[in-house]
Design a protein around this ligand. Structure first.
Ligand SMILES: [Cu+2]
Length: 147
């Protein structure tokens, strides 16, 4: 009887852990997978990728728009903390801003279509993001580390 009770408590704690919102933890959008071939998707409101790290050199991003509206996919090299690029009055950030370099992008593309972007990336910290008004602030960004 006593053993059963302990088992129930452990199960309850495990379930509570699963319910926690990972997006509320800083840096939680990083996964441990390292690959130079990255698949992923953009949607309201987020960017998911199969790998959060790559080796310096050629990196291929194959990204689907699984949202219900058009999105863009920018690869930016930045010294700002994840999600902390300062926004202007128009709810976008200035792509010429000090501390951020837009390396390249997939411009806005239709729902349920995928695009491929091939880049030569040097080591550094990048943020993959969508800079359509309001989209970055709503969570459309993902840290990407090149080592
Ligand atoms: Cu967007």
């Amino acid at each position: 009887m006593r053993t059963k009770w302990i088992g129930a408590v452990v199960l309850a704690v495990a379930l509570a852990g699963c319910g926690a919102d990972p997006s509320s933890q800083p840096g939680a959008d990083i996964n441990d997978t390292k690959s130079n071939k990255v698949t992923g998707d953009v949607h309201e409101w987020g960017i998911e990728v199969s790998a959060s790290k790559a080796r310096a050199g050629k990196v291929v991003f194959a990204i689907a728009n699984f949202g219900t509206i058009q999105h863009e996919f920018l690869v930016t090299k930045t010294s700002f903390e994840p999600g902390k690029i300062p926004l202007g009055d128009n709810n976008r950030f200035d792509e010429e801003l000090e501390g951020i370099e837009v390396v390249d992008e997939i411009p806005e593309w239709p729902v349920n279509e995928a695009k491929v972007l091939t880049l030569d990336l040097e080591a550094g910290t990048y943020e993959l993001l969508c800079n359509i008004a309001g989209h970055y602030a709503n969570g459309m960004h993902h840290t990407f580390i090149v080592e």
